[in-house]
Design a protein around this ligand. Sequence first.
Ligand code: UDP
Ligand code: MG
Length: 214
Amino acid sequence: MLQISIVVPLYNEAESLPELCSWVDQVMQKNQFSYEMIFVNDGSKDSSWQVIQDLSKQYSTIKGISFARNYGKSAALHEGFQKASGQVVITMDADLQDSPDEIPELYRMITQDGYDLVSGWKQKRFDPISKTIPTKLYNAATRALSGVKLNDFNCGLKAYKLEVVKTIKLYGEMHRYIPVLAKNAGFGKIGEKVVIHQARKYGESKFGMSRFIN
Ligand code: UDP
Ligand code: MG
């Protein structure tokens, strides 16, 4: 059985993908993890899908799913989860804001500490204030309503037991509430790990101010 499946939803992230693949592969080699990298192309309009196909010739670990149009991050994660087969499933964003160096400790927390889900906590966050203030309110509300004691529900970097991703159903904007869905599905051992967060290197956020207008 594979040790790790990495699921990466992406929309117009062509420039980030080569660097992401080589960084992930370095970390996996160094730690001697068996892994697969599942890219879910969420209807990108740039060359992302071509780049994934090219990279898959270089890395035998890469698998891809491509949507004919943009269905959103939840739908992309859902399809990636269906395909995943690793003992531990890691989700991360494609834009290099999440660090692959976090993966070994996340893996350890699932396999040795026995967590069902470990959610990244971007304690020091590199995003504009138009994102960080609404996020604070939303985290406080979600914490109060759900009883799940996390600081950062919507961090793209998370680790799961395989059974968890095969059980929860994601659609619409549900990716913002994954720990709550997991808890409701009976997976109560939910942890948090402070993770390094970086400013976006290429392209722009797909969840900027426009999300308040749409
Ligand atoms: N994403 C996606 N479908 C969308 C919007 C975003 O798959 O409709 C991906 C995006 O490419 C990235 C991740 O979801 O890999 C997080 O998006 P983004 O970095 O834009 O969000 P932010 O970090 O600004 O909250
Ligand atoms: Mg981002």
